[in-house]
Unconditional design. Structure first.
Length: 420
C-alpha cells in the first residue's frame, strides 16, 4: 500500500478546520480510495453521509469503497432491482455498511419505534415496577393509633392467624380506602402495611393507567392486577382513586367509563380466589367523587380517615426533618403544641423555612449560626395549615351527604374540633 501523499495530508489538515465541508471530505475519500486506503476512505465517506445523508456522490463512493460492483460491471437485473439514479443499486447492503462504520458513526436511531397502536415497545410487554417487601412498619408511623388499630383489624390480624381466618371464613381479599386532607401520610401508611404483611408493593397512579389509544387503559388496568396476582402477597396501592375511579355519571369520556368498569372487574376477580393474597389499598382526598360501585361490599367497603398528625406524630415528623440540620436549644414540646392542625407536609415546609431563615442570616452577617427556636417559631407563625380548605369542603359533605354513616369518623372529628 502506498504512503500517504502530501496532498492527502493537506486535505486532512483543512478538514480539521472545516469538518462540515462535505465536498472537500468526498474529494479526500476519492484520493484515499485511489491510493488503496479503502478503510480510511469508508470512514471519510461515513462522516460525509452523517452531514449529508442524501448526497448521491457520497453514496456512490461508499458503494465503490465497499466493493459493490458498479452499474457497468453488475450483471443484468430485473427492472425491480435496477440501479437508482444516485448511483447506488437497490440491492446495496446498507446494514453491512453501517456495521463497518459503527465505531466511527453513532447510530442515528437508538430507540425502538412505537407499535402501530402507539402502545410502546414492539414486544408490547408491560413493565410494572413492583417493590420488594420493604422495611417500613407501622411502628415507624408516629402516633395515629386509631389508624393502626383499624389496619390491624382489616388486614394484619387475619394474616397472622391463618387457622382462625379459616375458622371464621375470613378471606384475604378486599380493599381499604384511605381518605383525608392532602399531605397527611396516606401513601406512607400504605407502604407500612405492605411492610407489615411482608408483601410486595405496587403503586399505581392515573398516569400509569390512562392511555390515548382506545382499549389500552383497560388493558393497563388488567396488567396491573395480573402482575399483583403473580407477585402475591402484594399490596396494590391506587393513588388518587377519584382520578382512576371517578363517578361515571359525571364522566363524558367513554374511555374513562370503560376504565372504571375494568377496575370493578379486577376487584371482583374471575373467581372467588383470584385475588387471594392481593391487598388493594387506595387513597383519595375527595372520596365523595369516587364511583359508588367501587364502595359496595367486596370492593372498597372499608374506609379509613387519615387526619392531620396528632401530637406524638408531629414530634416524630419534626425530629425526622431536623435530624440532619444544625439546631440548638429546640423545645420540641412547645413546637408540637403550636403546630396543632398542620399536616405532615406543612411540618416539613416549616423546618425548611426555618433552615432558610438561618442560612440567609448567615450569608448576610458572614457568621454561620445554628437553627434556633426563634427560627422555628417564626416559621410556625407564617405556616398556614394547608388542610383548612379541605375541611371547609368536607364539612358540607359530612353535614348533608353522610348517607349510611360513611363519614361518621369525619363528623366526630369535626365536632371534637368544634368545626361542625
Amino acid at each position: 500500500m502506498s504512503e500517504v501523499s502530501p496532498l492527502i495530508q493537506s486535505l486532512r489538515t483543512a478538514l480539521e478546520a472545516a469538518p462540515g465541508d462535505v465536498p472537500l471530505r468526498l474529494h479526500l475519500a476519492g484520493l484515499l480510495l485511489d491510493a488503496g486506503h479503502q478503510d480510511a476512505a469508508v470512514t471519510e465517506v461515513a462522516v460525509a453521509l452523517q452531514h449529508a445523508p442524501g448526497d448521491g456522490q457520497a453514496k456512490a463512493l461508499m458503494t465503490r469503497a465497499l466493493g459493490v460492483p458498479s452499474p457497468a460491471e453488475a450483471p443484468p437485473q430485473s427492472q425491480a432491482s435496477m440501479p437508482a439514479e444516485n448511483g447506488v443499486g437497490s440491492d446495496f447492503n446498507w446494514g453491512a455498511a453501517a456495521d463497518q462504520v459503527k465505531d466511527v458513526i453513532p447510530p442515528r436511531f437508538v430507540e425502538a419505534p412505537l407499535t402501530t397502536d402507539g402502545s410502546g415497545d414492539p414486544d408490547d410487554s408491560p413493565a410494572w415496577d413492583v417493590d420488594a417487601p420493604g422495611t417500613v412498619r407501622l411502628a415507624d408511623v408516629g402516633g395515629m393509633q386509631e389508624v393502626k388499630d383499624r389496619l390491624e383489624a382489616a388486614f394484619l390480624a387475619p394474616l397472622r392467624n391463618p387457622e382462625l381466618r379459616k375458622l371464621y371464613g375470613k378471606s384475604l381479599r378486599g380493599g381499604l380506602l384511605l381518605y383525608g386532607p392532602p399531605g397527611c401520610g396516606k401513601t406512607f401508611v400504605a407502604r407500612a402495611v405492605a411492610g407489615e404483611l411482608g408483601a410486595s408493593f405496587l403503586s399505581v397512579s392515573v398516569n400509569d393507567v390512562l392511555d390515548m389509544w382506545v382499549g389500552n387503559s383497560e388493558r393497563n388496568m388488567h396488567d396491573v392486577f395480573e402482575t399483583a396476582r403473580r407477585q402475591a402477597p402484594c399490596v396494590v396501592f391506587l393513588d388518587e382513586l377519584d382520578a382512576l375511579g371517578g363517578k361515571r355519571s359525571r364522566t363524558q369520556s367513554s374511555g374513562m367509563r370503560n376504565t372504571v368498569n375494568q377496575l370493578l372487574t379486577e376487584l371482583d376477580g374471575i373467581n372467588a380466589s383470584a385475588n387471594e393474597g392481593v391487598f388493594v389499598l387506595a387513597a383519595t382526598n375527595v372520596p365523595w367523587d369516587v364511583d359508588i360501585a367501587l364502595r359496595r361490599p367486596g370492593r372498597f367497603d372499608r374506609t379509613l380517615l387519615v387526619l392531620p398528625p396528632d401530637a406524638p406524630a408531629r414530634e416524630t415528623i419534626l425530629r425526622y426533618h431536623l435530624r440532619e440540620r444544625p439546631i440548638e436549644k429546640v423545645d420540641l414540646g412547645k413546637l408540637v403544641k403550636l403546630t396543632d392542625g398542620l399536616s405532615g407536609a406543612d411540618l416539613a415546609h416549616l423546618c425548611e423555612s426555618a433552615a432558610e431563615t438561618a442560612l440567609l442570616d448567615s450569608v448576610r452577617t458572614g457568621d454561620v449560626r445554628m437553627i434556633g427556636m426563634k427560627d422555628l417559631l417564626g416559621a410556625a407563625k407564617q405556616t398556614v395549615p394547608s388542610t383548612e380548605p379541605w375541611f371547609a369542603a368536607a364539612r358540607n359533605v359530612a353535614m348533608y351527604a353522610n348517607d349510611g354513616g360513611m363519614y361518621d369518623d369525619l363528623v366526630g372529628y369535626l365536632k371534637k374540633r368544634r368545626k361542625l
